[in-house]
Design a binder for this molecule. Structure first.
Ligand SMILES: O=C([O-])CC(=O)C(=O)O
Ligand SMILES: [Mg+2]
Length: 218
C-alpha cells in the first residue's frame, strides 16, 4: 500500500484505531513508548517508513559535509514517511525547513524522529507533518551524522523496518509491520466504520451500555 493506494475513508484512521487493530491481531507492543510532539497540533502523517539512523559524531567531510543526508532525502519516494532514529540524541537538530521542502518535492508525507527538529515555524508554514522528541536550533555538521539508511531502526522501544507502515498523530506513533499490514488495515477499517456508527448512536442519546452491548467496541 503506497499513500496513493490508501482507500477512500482511510483519512478516518487514527493511531488509536491502528493500535486496537494491532491488539486484535496479537501485536501488542507496536506503539512508541512516548508520543512525539507534532510541530502543528492536529497533524497526522501516515506512510511507508523510509528509515535512517543518525548518531552523534564529530567527523567532517569538508567537500560534502551533508552528503549522506542529501543522498537519503534524494532517495525518498512518494507516500514515504521519513523515520529517523537518533537514540534520543540531543547533540543537534538535523532536519529543518529545507529538508522538509525537499521531502515535499519528492512526495514524502512527513518526518518522525526521536531527535530534534529545527526551523519549526517554517516547517509549520510549509504544512509538512513533522513529529519529534524535541526542537533545537543547532546545525548537525560535526555534531551528528547519518550512519545508515533503509535498514532496521529502533525508536522509543519499537523496531521499525524500512517499508513498514507508520502513523503519527497527536496521540502517538504506531508501527504496522509490512508482513501483517493487510490483516491490520482490514481490522482498522472495520473498526473505523463501526466507530462512526457508535459515535452517531451515542450523540443521538442512546446509553453507553446499550451501544456497547450491541457493538462491543470502544
Ligand atoms: O542543517 C540542518 O539541520 C537542516 C536544515 O536546517 C534544513 O533542513 O533547513
Ligand atoms: Mg534550515
Amino acid at each position: 500500500m503506497k499513500a496513493s493506494e490508501q482507500e477512500p475513508g482511510d483519512e478516518r484512521l487514527t493511531t488509536a484505531m491502528l493500535s486496537d487493530a494491532l491488539d486484535e491481531c496479537g501485536l501488542r507492543a507496536q506503539v512508541l513508548e512516548n508520543r512525539l510532539i507534532p510541530v502543528v497540533p492536529g497533524t497526522r502523517a501516515f506512510g511507508r517508513a523510509a528509515t535512517a539512523q543518525f548518531e552523534a559524531g564529530q567527523e567532517d567531510i569538508p567537500d560534502d559535509p551533508y552528503g549522506a543526508a542529501i543522498d537519503y532525502i534524494s532517495g525518498l519516494n512518494r507516500g514515504e514517511l521519513a523515520v529517523i532514529a537518533t537514540g534520543e540524541s540531543n547533540a543537534s537538530a538535523f532536519w529543518g525547513e529545507l529538508f522538509s521542502a525537499a521531502a515535499i518535492g519528492a512526495g514524502a508525507v512527513g518526518v518522525v524522529t526521536d531527535g530534534n527538529l529545527r526551523d519549526t515555524p517554517q516547517i509549520a508554514r510549509l504544512g509538512f507533518p513533522a513529529f519529534a522528541r524535541s526542537h533545537r536550533p543547532i546545525d548537525f555538521r560535526r555534531r551528528m551524522q547519518l550512519v545508515a539508511s533503509r535498514g532496521v531502526v529502533r525508536i522509543l522501544g519499537v523496531e521499525i523496518s524500512d517499508g513498514d507502515l507508520v502513523m503519527a498523530d497527536d496521540d502517538g506513533v504506531v508501527v504496522v509491520p509490512q508482513a501483517v499490514e493487510a490483516q491490520v488495515l482490514a481490522a482498522a477499517r472495520g473498526r473505523a466504520a463501526a466507530e462512526s456508527t457508535v459515535l452517531k448512536e451515542l450523540l443521538g442519546g442512546e446509553s453507553l451500555r446499550s451501544v456497547w452491548d450491541r457493538h462491543r467496541i470502544l
